[in-house]
Write a protein that binds this ligand. Structure first.
Ligand code: SF4
Ligand code: SF4
Length: 496
């Protein structure tokens, strides 16, 4: 299947012995000129890249106070060293969060601290050389920006933010990553990550309406660009065709149908994902977000609801108002933005949906908390709602639910291994190895409780698991969407 060995599933947690440099070769393809320039970056490595990079580092620490604090406050306590799935899966010591941070910190110290300028060797400061830049390109693309390490750091140092800064510096000198930058350019040109134009999108949605009607005998709509609808749904474009994502989209449609609330998708904002965050670029994140505002204004909707996507929810929950607000033209009765899970959970609480749990009796389920939902956002009215709501929706839709071990869920959840802009085939070895801790936790509930399927609410997690699960002996269709379970269980035409 691949030219690397898939790790053996063990009793977790097993902290591996270090193997220096075993992942130094792992690098994503570099973005070519045509993918760099639409994002405002140089097409290729600029001649004076050292100086441009150093200046950019100064600009970023000036702009983001948190970054400067993170760079200055590490005491090398070591609490984070065994918390990264990429270290646990690869054994490469540069995948320990503190070591990853130090790749950036040692250059920052050299140019921006008194001790580093005058006594570099004493404080581990180094010049920005080509060798250092190579390490940056490799290891800052082995961080999925999952923030697990920050939960265990006594100072709350967030390696994700340092990785984002490093990627922004690299973009600014013309060393961008192909996968992310190509995708962002597609969003600008066409409206979504997949480059799916309006007619293709309309066709796809029509096909899904036919599928639902064939299956249930009920005409459930998936409207596109419908002016005057109450709700604009912004969802990851993978929901339009990938498995199991598309089953989740059909679930949203059925929920809206039962609730009797008019809704629409938009061809202008046909993408919830915002890869601007992965490359640490505020400007690109903003430009992508503005499309949602434009679509909402154009369609005249009253609410915006996000579909099942992890990092999109982080961008929406934490940054959307700053990036593209104010949303004072929407109905003030509803939070901006709202998650589809909040919408469905609320209907379930009000007994507005009829769910036949036995429709999912062929599955014994567990749930994977996606990093950006778990550690970088919230959901619903209660603290920890991002853990409660999805589980309550699952439990309302099926009879057999079992959580994975406590140290691998909620805020301690392990990344799927493909987040943060790493979901590309050129990083397959990293993705497989990085999935190890989650696969070990899954194995545990498979053996203890006969679990057959894992549900998730992130498009990247779903795609990643569908691809890597077979490496560990699980079937690719054992990953499901939460709204796929709702879709299976919902009894249509039962509520007025
Ligand atoms: S943010 Fe996640 S991927 Fe990055 S170093 Fe920390 S634990 Fe590892
Ligand atoms: S846990 Fe925090 S302070 Fe300790 S080594 Fe890691 S980053 Fe530094």
């Amino acid at each position: 299947m691949a030219d690397f060995d898939t790790p053996v599933l063990k009793e977790y947690p097993v902290i591996p012995h270090i193997q220096e440099g075993v992942m130094a070769h792992s690098k994503p393809f570099v973005a070519k000129e045509q993918f760099q320039e639409p994002l405002g970056f140089p097409g290729e490595l600029v001649d004076n890249w050292e100086q441009v990079a150093i200046d950019k580092m100064g600009e970023l620490t000036g702009k983001y106070r948190s970054l400067a604090v993170f760079l200055d406050s590490c005491v090398k306590c070591g609490a984070c060293t065994d918390k990264c799935h990429y270290y646990l899966g690869t054994s490469d010591p540069k995948n320990m969060p503190v070591a990853r941070q130090d790749l950036y910190r040692k250059v920052y110290r050299r140019y921006y601290t008194f001790a580093g300028k005058h006594f570099p060797k004493l404080v581990g400061a180094t010049d920005l050389t080509k060798e250092v830049l190579d390490d940056w390109y490799s290891y800052f693309h082995q961080c999925s920006q999952c923030r697990r390490c920050s939960v265990y750091c006594p100072y709350g140092i967030d390696t994700a933010e340092i990785s984002m800064a490093a990627r922004e510096v690299m973009d600014s000198i013309g060393l961008g990553q192909k996968y992310c930058n190509e995708i962002i350019a597609k969003v600008y040109k066409i409206g979504n990550n997949l480059g799916l134009p309006q007619p293709a999108l309309a066709d796809t949605l029509e096909g899904l309406e036919e599928d639902i009607e064939d299956d249930t005998g009920v005409a459930v709509r998936l409207p596109l660009d419908e002016k005057g609808a109450d709700v604009l749904v912004v969802t990851p474009s993978a929901d339009f065709f990938a498995e199991p994502h598309v089953d989740g989209l059909m679930g949203y449609a059925k929920v809206f149908h039962e609730a009797g609330i008019s809704w629409t998708l938009s061809s202008h904002a046909s993408e919830a994902a915002n890869f601007g965050m992965f490359i640490g670029s505020y400007e690109n994140m903003r430009k992508v977000s503005l499309r949602i505002r434009e679509a909402a204004l154009d369609l005249g909707v009253k609410r915006i609801i996000f579909g099942e996507c992890g990092h999109a929810w982080r961008v929406a929950y934490s940054f959307l108002n700053t990036l593209a607000g104010p949303f004072d033209f929407l109905d003030p009765k509803y939070p901006v933005p709202m998650h589809i899970m909040e919408f469905t959970y609320d209907l379930i609480q009000r007994n507005a949906l009829t769910l036949d749990k036995s429709a999912n009796d062929d599955m014994r389920l567990t749930y994977h908390d996606s990093c950006n939902v778990a550690r970088a956002s919230r959901m619903g009215p209660m603290p920890g709602g991002q853990f409660v709501l999805p589980r309550e929706v699952i439990k309302a839709s099926c009879n057999h639910f079992f959580d994975m071990p406590q140290e691998t869920i909620h805020e301690a959840t392990y990344c799927c291994g493909g987040g943060g802009g790493l979901l590309t085939d050129d990083l397959m070895e990293l993705r497989v190895k990085g999935a190890l801790p989650r696969m070990e936790a899954l194995k545990h509930v498979v053996e203890e409780h006969g679990v057959t399927h894992m549900a998730a609410i992130c498009a990247i997690c779903k795609s990643q698991f569908a691809k890597v699960m077979p490496y560990y002996g699980f079937s690719m269709d054992s990953i499901v969407s939460v709204h796929q379970l709702v879709s299976n269980a919902i009894v249509l035409g039962n509520k007025q």
